[in-house]
Write a protein that binds this ligand. Sequence first.
Ligand SMILES: C[C@H](O)CC(=O)C(=O)O
Length: 336
Amino acid sequence: MKNNSILISDCSLRDGNHAVKHQLSIDQIAEYCEGADRAGLDIIEVGHGYGLGASSSAFGISKVGDEAMLKVAREKCKQSMLGIHFVPGVGKHSELDMAIDIGVDVFRVASHCTESNITYRSIGYLKRKEKIVFGVLIMSHMADADRLLNEALGMQSAGADGIILMDSAGYSTPDIVGEKVSTLKNNLSVKVGYHAHNNLGLAVANSVVAAESGASIIDATIKGFGAGAGNAQLEAVVAVLERYGYSMNLKFQDLIDLSSYAERNIIARIPDIKTINIMTGMYGLFTGYGPYIQKISSDFGVNIFELCERLAKRRLVASQEDIIIEEASRLAKSTD
Ligand SMILES: C[C@H](O)CC(=O)C(=O)O
């Protein structure tokens, strides 16, 4: 047994909310949290797919409001820590206060991977409230290892207890993961974590490489339930990490029961890798863009590959849907 232990952060009730257009019900959240707590999952992340305060016409209205979701999750998470995703500007500090009052344990404060300075104020605020805070770098394939390290150092100085790299487009290959995670691990004094997406079928492998490169927080979701092609499948990640000799606090039988519960009651469609997911993965486009790119390419009657290629050249980040319309319209005109 290796003496390093891994913290499993279960994002099923947050990233999975993308997969059901933020329509998880209060009963689904309550029952899932009960099972996840029983299985010994370290952190259970709950909320709208885009995080605290995101329910809106821009990001999608969630079935259940933040406060109700967090209250029921808090009641059911007896041992597990309760986590949230927070992007400053999407959510407000008044919403952080609400989450603090409800008793959220882990605050994951996120920004695009080159814009981490927008997180410093929230990280500092939460540390003064004595919360566990992870800085999260979204779309981490869009910056090289040195740039990610600089961004992570800034978050660490602001007070973050850990830094999570998100492979939001499912673009990264194991060599890239290894280089980026080990650069952070070797130069930071806080924990490093990894959040994989499965666009190219590499999410479990990438998570294991992240652990082998020094990550001690691994994000995963039950049955891979998450945006686009989904995330690293939690049950599989745990099985492989155990085989590699990592210690985790999990009860595997309860985890399998949780997986069956989720398949029967929560996951309308088990994630698979569709062509659009491969395209967003290949071109490094935010995985949540998939359905929108499909719709716009069909509305404008343009080739979806050409559209993805153009979008990749524009290096668009999350929440830049307008550029998809702009490029589709240009492409339509150029092929008239
Ligand atoms: C807001 C995004 O869904 C965060 C995430 O899970 C990712 O970028 O990946």
